[in-house]
Design a protein around this ligand. Structure first.
Ligand code: NI
Length: 312
């Protein structure tokens, strides 16, 4: 299985053909998405989150797990990075990302999750095989896939990379369940999967129904920013958030576009224009400064049992 070459240094959006590949396979690698000056700033700012996590920050946005080899409690995830770091607000306005999301989901998309998942140097916990969600949220709609854009700030290699199974986004729940159980049995197995090795500044689009995971690692630091998007139509029909979530996140997206316009490294790029329409059209209030960049998912669940996305 060979990924098409998507090079953000030479194109400003995924092509229609690349979009079709992604709809079929649920995985798409984008090279050179983040240029050096932006990458440098992201690495510098996210290091402060890694340092806080390693120091054992008890803020509920910081998540920890027991490392499979050492038994030590190690950090692996930080939520709401757009609220925490100016560099992540500017990244949330990245025009290649947003044009590609629009191509895949239509003009009424909204940003949903934003987090950083990382494997710390010498202590990277594994993420067992999983889907990020069940298919009850509308994710099986081929024409409006729900996906994450996973942006790499460090390289990943065979010691610590994500593995994925192309096409598993189209599997039944039963087949996904059986395969996940088999591949997680007795450790992290990789039969039938592809290793997705990345360079700093590369990105992976992963459909939330595509099977993915990673083995425990004890190699170098590997940080990945996860931005999830959903079509407004899908979110409106299936949730998991209440209707008020949509305009709130539209307002955040518009603010991030303004933040990006202020970043020196955005000079010379063609900005993304967010123009939702119909029931999702925005008024003047959408362009106001948002009350927050952090809208906690649990405050917007439609039901007490809704669950969030998990990532690798
Ligand atoms: Ni995941």
């Amino acid at each position: 299985m060979t990924f098409p070459l998507v090079d953000a240094a030479t194109q400003d959006c995924i092509t229609a053909e690349q979009a079709e590949f992604f709809k079929d396979n649920g995985l798409l690698v984008i090279r050179n998405l983040i240029a050096a000056p932006e990458l440098e700033r992201l690495r510098r700012e996210t290091q402060t989150l890694v340092d806080r996590a390693v120091a054992g920050c008890e803020d509920p946005d910081y998540a920890y797990k027991e490392h499979e080899s050492s038994g030590k409690r190690v950090p692996y995830r930080v939520e709401y990075v757009v609220d925490k770091l100016p560099s992540c607000r500017a990244l949330a306005g990245h025009p290649f990302v947003l044009r590609s999301v629009e191509r895949l989901q239509g003009r009424n998309f909204i940003p949903t999750w934003d987090s950083m998942v990382f494997k710390n140097a010498g202590a990277g916990t594994g993420i067992p095989w999983h889907r990020d969600s069940g298919d009850g949220c509308g994710a099986s709609d081929r024409e409006r896939p729900i996906f994450n854009v996973d942006m790499y700030l460090d390289h990943s290699d065979r010691t610590n990379c994500v593995w994925g199974i192309p096409g598993s986004n189209r599997w039944s729940e039963a087949r996904a369940f059986d395969t996940i159980a088999r591949l997680n049995d007795g450790g992290f197995r990789t039969e039938g999967a592809v290793a997705i090795e990345m360079q700093p500044g590369d990105a992976l689009l992963h459909n939330i129904l595509a099977l993915h995971g990673s083995a425990p690692a004890q190699s170098h630091l590997r940080r990945v920013l996860y931005f999830e998007y959903r079509a407004g139509e899908t979110e409106s029909a299936h949730g998991p958030h209440t209707p008020e979530y949509i305009p709130a996140k539209q307002q955040v997206l518009l603010a991030c576009l303004r933040d990006r316009a202020q970043a020196p490294y955005a000079r010379g790029e063609r900005p993304f224009a967010y123009r939702p329409d119909g029931a999702f059209a925005v008024g003047a209030d959408a362009h106001a400064t948002p009350a927050s960049y952090r809208y906690p998912h649990q405050q917007y669940w439609r039901t007490p049992h809704a669950t969030g996305a998990a990532t690798a």
